[in-house]
Design a protein around this ligand. Structure first.
Ligand code: ADP
Length: 199
């Protein structure tokens, strides 16, 4: 089993890379998706958040994620409180996926905010998908975001240099999708070798 972290700034192409790894045979998880799953209505995460933050983070019986994000964005203590609820639950959900995977699997976990969240999980391999800011902005505009939203996101995130510093592999994604596929395939071969040597 090889546990891999896959990170990259918004618009770099990490979801695309995650999908390719999935096609190649990896088990792919997404920390953002896990973060949403653990606070769905009916979960203990949901109950804990309502107990901590009250009805103002509810909308039609569901969690009002925008209101919650707003609340913790303005108040670091509340943000910490939220993370103390969600982080253990996300870790547990991830551990469950790993436990149910076959022994020789390669598990790729997409973690957009790997650098920012001070992850202390020991990954076997860390991959950053990088692309120039101009290329990323162009992709995000195409995806329907406006320039102000894009600038805000870019400013809130760490930069490629910070991500690359903690990475074992860097996948540059400034070119075509075909180039990307061939680069991801190369990293996949490396992961397979590393996985074999580990066992
Ligand atoms: P992220 O998950 O890092 O935000 P995505 O994988 O969603 O990025 O990619 C952002 C957008 O750019 C998507 O619409 C995707 O299809 C497109 N994209 C990704 N890589 C390339 C590429 N090499 N050439 C053209 N478009 C790309």
């Amino acid at each position: 089993m090889l546990i891999v972290a896959l990170t990259g700034g918004i618009g770099s192409g990490k979801s695309t890379v995650g999908q390719i790894f999935g096609d190649l045979g990896a088990i792919v998880t997404d920390s953002d998706q896990l973060a949403r799953d653990v606070v769905e209505r009916g979960t203990t995460g949901f109950d804990q958040i309502i107990a901590a933050f009250g009805d103002e983070v509810l909308k039609n019986g569901d969690l009002n994620r925008a209101a919650l994000a707003d609340l913790v964005f303005k108040d670091p203590a509340k943000r910490k409180q939220l993370e103390q609820i969600t982080h253990p639950l996300i870790r547990k959900a991830f551990a469950k996926i790993v436990e149910s995977a076959k022994g020789d699997s390669i598990v790729v976990n997409q973690i957009p905010l790997l650098v920012e969240s001070n992850h202390n999980y020991k990954f076997d391999h860390v991959i950053t998908v990088s692309a120039s800011e101009a290329v990323r902005i162009e992709r995000l505009l195409k995806r329907g975001m406006n320039l102000t939203q894009i600038q805000q996101r870019l400013q809130a995130q760490s930069n490629d240099a910070q991500r690359e510093k903690i990475s074992d592999s860097i996948i540059r994604n400034d070119n075509s999708q075909a180039d990307l596929l061939s680069d991801v395939e190369k990293v996949w071969e490396l992961l397979q070798v590393k996985n074999k040597n580990k066992s």
